[in-house]
Design a protein around this ligand. Structure first.
Ligand SMILES: *Cc1c(COP(=O)(O)O)cnc(C)c1O
Length: 453
């Protein structure tokens, strides 16, 4: 192990220097991928230098998500205290299903869940778990809602038309999950949104009433804190009123921006969060932990147990159920995704998490201010969003993003809202500074000049 740890440090240092010197790796063509790098698995072992060189080739060619040129997705950067926690978790290699096997790591996960429940005002009966991704958090929410609506479905299956509601700007996992949950994709109603991409509450209520009239069974509403393209926040309070009236489960998908709960300045964006039945957030997005760290909490832990617990004598042999986390998880064996958030949180405190969140909004403000001051740009992004959407000199966003990538200048993606397609620059890497944001725009502008786009 000792030799491989030394090798690991050497490779990690190599990666860090690559990130500096080649912040966008030269993209590999899929047609030549297997000819360019020795990925083949052979009969004979690959050892020592050849092994190390192959690993270095792989590192060189892998897209650099922690570099200053990565604005492509809803994650990025590297916060070392959090990476440290994840490296430790790999070394410890516990499975989170039982207290016997995970020990103190269970306490670490529970402390995180309790803190989040308390922070959002969920009360003493709440609990949660860590799922393999935000999509799976939404899946768990819909399952709990289904079983809360009709507990017999777990054994008998779905026999009626159960209807779910989500906005037309929400994450695609909601529709996908409807098929997993057994209600079917066609039973997901797409609720209209306003010009900012926020759910139109009147349209929600109109559709719910319509479904009741038809004899269907409305059971679930998904609201979003930070829509995937524009970063819009649905009005939780208003939506919750409708859910109360019609007795529907309200889930708040905060995968992208649910972490605003850590900021005094921005938590107003999820005002009314205590009125929801479940809430999820991806710590690997705004909080900057390594992928993945997806947390779901629910106000009534009974729903978690009812939907996810199973007896298994071969597994649950000691300790209280509250400490055997397998009773409330989607999986059986489960990787320790808690420690990386805990090491970050412990090392920077609540105030540090707040700073991380606030800084991303600050960077987005820097970007929007730059765009507004320059008539060559068209802005599509709204205040209080860390998705900075824009077009430059009327150039096709798709062409611009693709060329920037092919020429190893920047990694940034594009998005579409209604009839507009635009560049979506995500200011989620909390290690960037004002000058890095300005440098993004300068790089883009110089590139457009030099390529004559
Ligand atoms: C990213 C995202 C998800 C999905 O999370 P994964 O961890 O990628 O599965 C769900 N909802 C929203 C709003 C997101 O931005």
């Amino acid at each position: 192990m000792h030799n491989d740890l030394k090798l690991f440090i050497e490779l990690a240092e190599f990666l860090i220097s690559e990130e500096k010197n080649h912040p966008v790796a030269i993209p590999l063509d899929t047609n030549t991928l297997y000819d360019t790098i020795d990925l083949e698995l052979k009969d004979e072992p690959t050892i020592d230098d050849a092994f190390k060189e192959t690993l270095k080739d792989i590192i060189k060619s892998t897209p650099k998500t922690a570099s200053k040129a990565f604005f492509n997705q809803l994650f990025g950067g590297r916060i070392s205290k959090s990476t440290l926690g994840d490296l430790l978790a790999v070394m410890l290699n516990n499975s989170m299903y039982t207290y016997k096997v995970a020990g103190v790591q269970v306490g670490i996960e529970k402390i995180i869940l309790q803190n989040i429940c308390k922070r959002i005002g969920y009360g003493n009966h709440s609990d949660g778990t860590i799922a393999p991704g935000g999509s799976m958090c939404n899946y768990m929410a819909m399952l709990m809602a289904r079983d809360a609506y009709d507990a017999s479905i777990r054994n008998e299956g779905v026999s009626r038309k159960l209807i779910a509601y989500t906005s037309d700007t929400s994450h695609y996992s909601i529709t996908k999950n409807a098929s997993f949950v057994g209600i079917g994709r066609h039973q997901v109603r797409s609720v209209q949104t306003n010009a900012k991409g926020e759910m139109l509450v009147d349209d929600l209520e109109r559709q719910i009433k319509d479904d009741f009239k038809k004899g269907h069974h409305p059971f679930f509403v998904n609201a979003t804190a930070g829509t995937t393209v524009l970063g819009a926040f649905d009005d939780v309070e208003q939506i919750s009123n409708i859910c109360k009236t019609h007795q529907l489960w309200l889930h708040l998908d905060g995968a992208y921006c649910g972490s605003v709960i850590f900021s005094k300045q921005y938590k107003h964006l999820v005002k009314g969060i205590e009125l929801t039945d479940s809430f999820s957030l991806n710590a690997h997005k705004m909080l900057g932990t390594p992928l993945g760290c997806s947390i779901i909490v629910t106000k009534d832990k009974k729903q978690l147990y009812e939907s996810f617990s199973n007896d298994a004598d071969y597994l649950y042999q000691t300790d209280d159920d509250a400490y055997n986390l397998g009773k409330t998880s989607l999986q059986c064996g489960r990787r320790n995704d808690a420690l990386k958030l805990w090491t970050l949180w412990k090392s920077v405190g609540n105030n540090g998490l707040e700073k991380i969140v606030n800084h991303q909004f600050y960077l987005a403000d820097v970007a929007r201010t730059y765009i507004k001051a320059n008539p060559d740009y068209t802005l599509y992004s709204f205040e209080d969003s860390i998705s900075v959407c824009f077009n430059y000199k009327g150039i096709s966003a798709k062409v611009l993003c693709t060329k920037l990538y092919e020429h190893s200048k920047l990694m940034v993606g594009y998005g579409t809202f209604r009839e507009d397609t635009f560049v979506r620059m995500v200011t989620i890497n909390t290690q960037l500074e004002e000058k890095d944001i300005i440098s993004f725009f300068k790089t883009l502008e110089d590139f457009v000049d030099s390529e004559d786009l």
